[in-house]
Design a protein around this ligand. Structure first.
Ligand code: SAH
Ligand code: MG
Length: 216
């Protein structure tokens, strides 16, 4: 059996309660890839939101004694602002004007037992990347979904992957009628770079592995 199987220590009840955008089958794949990646180096996710994907990734890193950095300014993406399609009125800040998902994210980390595994970076992806020097075993891109933002995340972070490290990109839609094309465009650009091997996708989750550099 796949999703929901009792063979992995994921708290499915908690996962179900946490708000977010991660299908359980995709989440299970995040867990599996993170479990392998932890042997290579720490992980970094862009787009913490309320911590749903962090549970899958973080639980695997915890089991392997690893570390997961999770970057989010917690002010929400464009489409999550008040009045927009993906806005959730339960996630507004104390002033009642903008978004603030940080309290929800912290609560999730506590409930999932991940406070000693997940390192929250509460800032823009660009800011976290400015002086970054730690080689990574996994990069998960699930932040802003405008092309400029997703492409910037790829350019800022993919180069920090160690050989054998995993690049994961969420929300790949082959058909424009199913969803925005930016993550898929970035995925195709990553493949075209020749730096990555393509592994099977799980629904809208793309999985690439950094190969050894070739002289070209
Ligand atoms: N992975 C989450 C969903 C992420 S939603 C889950 O499993 O549910 C996208 C998140 O990216 C939002 O919380 C938003 O605040 C964040 N985000 C968007 N652009 C960003 C940027 N440039 N830097 C950091 N975070 C960003
Ligand atoms: Mg997503």
């Amino acid at each position: 059996m796949g999703v929901g199987a009792a063979d992995i220590p994921l708290d499915w009840k908690l996962i179900d309660e946490v708000k977010g955008f991660m299908d359980p089958e995709e989440g299970r794949r995040l867990y599996d890839v993170a479990f392998d990646a932890a042997a290579i180096g720490p992980g970094l996710e862009i787009g913490s939101y309320c911590g749903k994907s962090s549970i899958y990734l973080g639980t695997a890193f915890r089991l392997r004694g690893g570390i997961l950095y999770s970057v989010d300014h917690h002010r929400g993406s464009e489409e999550q602002q008040p009045g927009q399609e993906y806005h959730d009125p339960d996630l507004v800040d104390a002033a009642g004007t903008g978004m603030d998902t940080l309290p929800h994210f912290r609560r999730t980390l506590g409930r999932a037992g991940l406070e000693n595994t997940v390192v929250p970076l509460v800032c823009r992806s660009e800011t976290a990347a400015r002086a970054w020097a730690t080689p990574l075993g996994l990069v998960f891109i699930d932040g802003g979904h405008a092309f400029e933002t997703a492409y910037l995340d790829y350019n800022l972070w993919a180069g920090h992957l160690k050989i054998g490290g995993y690049l994961l990109i969420h929300d790949l839609f082959e058909n424009p009628s199913e969803g925005g094309q930016a993550p898929f465009e970035v995925y195709k650009l990553a493949l075209a770079s020749g730096l990555f091997e393509e592994l099977p996708r799980t629904r809208t989750l793309g999985v690439l592995r950094r190969g050894p550099s070739t002289d070209r």
